[in-house]
Design a protein around this ligand. Structure first.
Ligand code: ADP
Ligand code: ADP
Length: 239
């Protein structure tokens, strides 16, 4: 589970078409790394996968189900807010700037969604939250607030939070771009560990070493189009 199929999607902002017919199949359980220049549409592409951006053309399916739409008879209906949220529990997302709730502790950040979205008991959500913080090496910082944590630690909390709803797919939008260089590896190491977990990972990054070592597939995007995709040894070989 966790297959993503992107079919010829188009997306414009104003008169600029930032995705110009992008198609991509992401098999379950693998690591797909998306690289390309700034402004080429990588973040927009990622955001279409959990319907944070609506597409203007084409469609996306996750395990065969249309993202943002539902077929009824032979007509397509756009999902309502509640159903979009339900669909999004399949897809976790980690942002460049962590986006933690500043007024909640690390543990509360991780436990919040299971309590609200899955109606877990507080005790259950905290227990599971501690396990997830342990997994990202932060069990001892459970009661710290985001401002008391380093950027690398905040991002690891954000990863634990994204895992809390047990998504089939995890999206990473430049997860290390906001970090001081010496903190990059502690976050990449957590993602490396997740790569063996069976969750589908789609990672937008400028970290080419990470792409080379961890990706099953590297996708190179420029100006809203996929220019090249393949195994890292093929993409990074010097002809
Ligand atoms: P990347 O992630 O590759 O840096 P983005 O997907 O963030 O690229 O952006 C692609 C282009 O779309 C850029 O020119 C950006 O300014 C533009 N863009 C992104 N989001 C919006 C938006 N909400 N409104 C208008 N333009 C946007
Ligand atoms: P990223 O670094 O992930 O590509 P950006 O810093 O480009 O993101 O954009 C941050 C936010 O601003 C995003 O939600 C994006 O959709 C929006 N955005 C980007 N470019 C524009 C733009 N030209 N006009 C309006 N919103 C934009």
């Amino acid at each position: 589970k966790g297959q993503v199929d992107i079919h010829n999607i188009r997306k414009s902002f104003g008169n600029t078409e930032v995705l110009q017919g992008v198609s991509l199949s992401v098999p379950p359980g693998g690591v797909t790394v998306i690289v390309g220049p700034s402004g080429s549409g990588k973040s927009t592409l990622l955001r279409t996968i959990n319907h944070l951006e609506k597409v203007d053309g084409g469609f996306i399916t996750i395990d065969g189900e249309l993202v943002g739409y539902q077929a009824r008879g032979n007509k397509l209906h756009e999902l309502r807010g509640k159903d979009i949220l339900k669909q999004r529990t399949n897809v976790g997302m980690v942002f460049q700037n962590f986006n933690l709730f500043p007024h909640l502790t690390a543990l509360e950040n991780v436990a919040e969604a299971p309590i609200v979205a899955q109606k877990r008991s507080k005790a259950e959500a905290r227990k599971r939250g501690l396990e997830l913080l342990d997994r990202v090496g932060l069990k001892d910082r459970a009661d710290a607030y985001p401002r008391q944590l380093s950027g690398g630690q905040q991002q690891r909390v954000a990863i634990a939070r994204a895992l809390a709803l047990e998504p089939k797919i995890l999206l990473f939008d430049e997860p290390t771009s906001a970090l001081d260089p010496e903190l990059v590896n502690e976050v990449l190491d957590v993602i490396r560990e997740l790569a063996t977990s069976g969750t589908t990972l789609i990672v937008v990054t400028h970290e080419m070493g990470f792409a080379r070592d961890v990706a099953d597939t590297v996708v190179f995007i420029d100006q809203g189009r996929i220019i090249e995709s393949g195994a890292p040894q093929d993409i990074f070989s010097n002809p």
